[in-house]
Design a protein around this ligand. Structure first.
Ligand SMILES: Cc1cc2nc3c(=O)[nH]c(=O)nc-3n(C[C@H](O)[C@H](O)[C@H](O)COP(=O)(O)OP(=O)(O)OC[C@H]3O[C@@H](n4cnc5c(N)ncnc54)[C@H](O)[C@@H]3O)c2cc1C
Length: 389
């Protein structure tokens, strides 16, 4: 098989890239290790920047998000027994949209199917080869039969544990990592949200977040120990712990119900540099991970893909390598700012085991300053809604 761009991974990054390339006439094939049902079953991100929503539209997959997504003009910060709203629209001129990653993935899959593009699911042993030459290729095994795709470029969109980054000569790549000493225990329930907007809570018992996927489906998180296991957290224990970490008004409007999904995610900041290796590019979680506090993971995957699709379009339409040469630097400039913001949101909202009472008081002082200072609130709002591409 031959294609222009072989994309490894059918998560949001791979699917969005495939659609954007297709829309400008660049043929591509996607290889995905899992089945479509498995990919659709992964409950992950749910908050989209305006830029991400616009890219979905550009990819021909934005109609349902515009119909069903919930637009949020602000977020709330709870600390010291009170709650304070950051008006994103007024301070930064932009809004956020609640629309689950599962829905984004489904819309992109449907658009890909409608366009008749080739996706090879349940592809085993996917491997990129010769990306440091002009003739890269990707090998795989499907239903026990070995296959190979010759291509002009390889896009490694295969997430943090994928094969693309792992195939790079360690001498050619530099990685930066911080692992946080706690995780997020999250549950999804068929219950209405506590409040119209998200509530981020800094509490002496640890961080909590009330978010949602729709008007009837809530997603709640509590900070937990890395040693915790979901079996130790029956629903009743989760709801009790969440209530302890919320202000009274939120507790009064919290409607509890059985969880339909429950999981623990560790928190990590990670960046790999550069994001281009000859004729292979990394995009999304394959190149970087942020703790979910700033809601940036999925949105960064989208901005990488924006830069990469434009660069490839320039290569094919204008016969210019300037875009692909600049891809890594451009994408990383935005990535590092989101890494900083996600670290900062994490550091002011969570309980850090080693920082003691003085650390907790400094956090409260910072939060108080944040909600009282227009300059500080604006800085948070600008980063939260997503920096310009
Ligand atoms: C448990 C969890 C919870 C999260 N919660 C949030 C959140 O609340 N908010 C937020 O903003 N972000 C969250 N994120 C991050 C967000 O989901 C990711 O940033 C986003 O999925 C990135 O998309 P991606 O396409 O780059 O990677 P992925 O979604 O990881 O997609 C990569 C794809 O590549 C496939 N793949 C992997 N290896 C191979 C291989 N060898 N061959 C072929 N295919 C392969 C995988 O099966 C997968 O489908 C969460 C992530 C996780 C893991």
């Amino acid at each position: 098989m031959r294609t222009k761009v072989a994309i490894i991974g059918a998560g949001p990054a791979g699917l969005l890239l495939g659609q954007l390339l297709h829309r400008c006439g660049i043929d591509n094939v996607i290889l995905e290790r899992q089945s479509p049902e498995y990919v659709l079953g992964r409950i992950r991100a749910g908050l989209l920047e305006e830029g991400t929503v616009a890219l979905l539209g550009e990819a021909g997959a934005g109609a349902r998000a515009h119909r069903e997504g919930l637009v949020h003009e602000g977020v709330e910060l709870a600390f010291g027994g009170g709650r304070h709203r950051i008006d994103l629209k007024a301070l930064a001129g932009k809004t956020m949209m609640i629309y689950g990653q599962t829905e984004v993935t489904l819309d992109l899959m449907n658009a890909r199917k409608a366009a008749g593009l080739i996706s090879i699911y349940e592809a085993a042993d996917v491997r990129p080869h010769d990306f440091d030459t002009d003739h890269p290729r990707v090998s795989y095994v499907k239903d026990g039969v070995a296959g190979e795709i010759d291509c002009d470029f390889i896009a490694g969109c295969d997430g943090f544990h994928g094969v693309s980054r792992a195939s790079i000569n360690p001498a050619a790549i530099r990685t930066f990592e911080r692992v946080y000493p706690f995780g997020w225990l999250g549950i999804l329930s068929e219950t209405p949200p506590v409040s119209h907007e998200l509530i981020y809570s800094n509490h002496a018992r640890g961080f909590a977040l009330c978010t949602m996927r729709s008007k009837s489906r809530s997603r709640h998180y509590v900070q937990c120990s890395l040693d915790d296991h979901v079996d130790q957290w029956p629903d009743e224990r989760f709801w009790e712990e969440l209530k302890r970490r919320l202000d009274q008004k939120a507790v009064d409007s919290l409607i509890t119900g059985p969880s339909i999904e429950k999981s623990i995610a560790p928190l990590r900041s990670f960046v790999a540099e550069p994001m281009r290796f000859g004729r292979m590019f990394l995009a999304g979680d394959a190149a970087h991970i942020v703790p979910p506090t700033g809601a940036k993971g999925l949105n960064l995957a989208a901005s990488d893909v924006h830069y990469l699709s434009r660069a490839l379009q320039e290569y094919y339409d204008e016969k210019s390598s300037a875009g692909i040469d600049a891809y890594s630097e451009k994408a990383l400039a935005r990535v590092w700012k989101a890494v900083r913001f996600s670290w900062w949101m994490t550091s002011i909202l969570h309980k850090f085991p080693d920082e003691g009472d003085i650390g907790a008081r400094i956090q409260l002082a910072e939060l108080d300053y944040l909600v009282r200072s227009r300059a500080a609130s604006t800085a948070m709002a600008e980063n939260y809604v997503g920096l310009p591409y």
